[in-house]
Design a protein around this ligand. Structure first.
Ligand SMILES: Nc1ccn([C@H]2C[C@H](O)[C@@H](COP(=O)(O)O)O2)c(=O)n1
Ligand SMILES: [Zn+2]
Length: 182
């Protein structure tokens, strides 16, 4: 019996259907992807340190100062310009480095991102989709990550969907939509 709480009344048990760490970090990566302006493919990444703290988040997008209304999103053209989610997450880090961290990402990293992941000291990649595995860039990235000792794990989230209801704590009228420029 816990001496601090030795009352005889029924104790309210904690919630059990909370999401686990991996689903949570992957959900942050998927949420970040929703910020992407790429009409064909949205990628998000979330970097987590050994204390389970998020230290960087990113998504694929045009570089700062390069307007996503002007630069091309067509396949074959965009690759010259787009910054990948993994690279943005690493560059956006709010810690001095990402040594020993884990990166959660929607898609298995490409060769360019693999190089940055390795050189930044990230020790683990957790990804959901491997849909580009047959492409030469992804064969190269898999080889490099393996040789560099970066653990790569494909993850099947425990829950299929996570619904975010901005209205869940509102008893009556739905939230008024505030006009904001984004
Ligand atoms: N590891 C990756 C791979 C790709 N991306 C981004 C870059 C592009 O915006 C898009 C891929 O477009 P596709 O040419 O396949 O239509 O995904 C990334 O952020 N990270
Ligand atoms: Zn990449």
């Amino acid at each position: 019996m816990n001496k601090t709480f030795d009352n005889t009344e029924q104790i309210q048990k904690k919630r059990e259907d909370y999401i686990g760490w991996t689903d949570y970090f992957m959900a942050v990566a998927f949420l970040a992807a929703k910020r992407s302006k790429d009409p064909h493919f949205q990628v998000g990444a979330c970097i987590v340190n050994q204390d389970m703290r998020i230290v960087g988040v990113g998504y694929n997008g045009m570089p700062r100062g390069c307007s996503d209304d002007i630069y091309p999103w067509e396949k074959g053209k965009k690759k010259l310009y787009v910054c990948h989610a993994e690279m943005n997450a690493i560059l956006n880090k709010n810690s001095s480095d990402v040594w020993g961290c884990t990166i959660y990402v929607k898609l298995f990293p490409c060769n360019e991102c693999a190089k940055i992941i390795i050189q930044s000291g990230i020790k683990e990649v957790v990804y959901v989709s491997d849909k580009k595995a047959k492409k030469v860039e992804y064969k190269a990235s898999r080889q490099m990550l393996k040789d560099a000792g970066v653990i790569c794990t494909q993850y099947k989230p425990k829950v299929g969907t996570i619904v975010i209801d901005f209205d869940e704590d509102n008893d009556s009228s739905p939230l008024e939509t505030e006009k904001r420029s984004e």
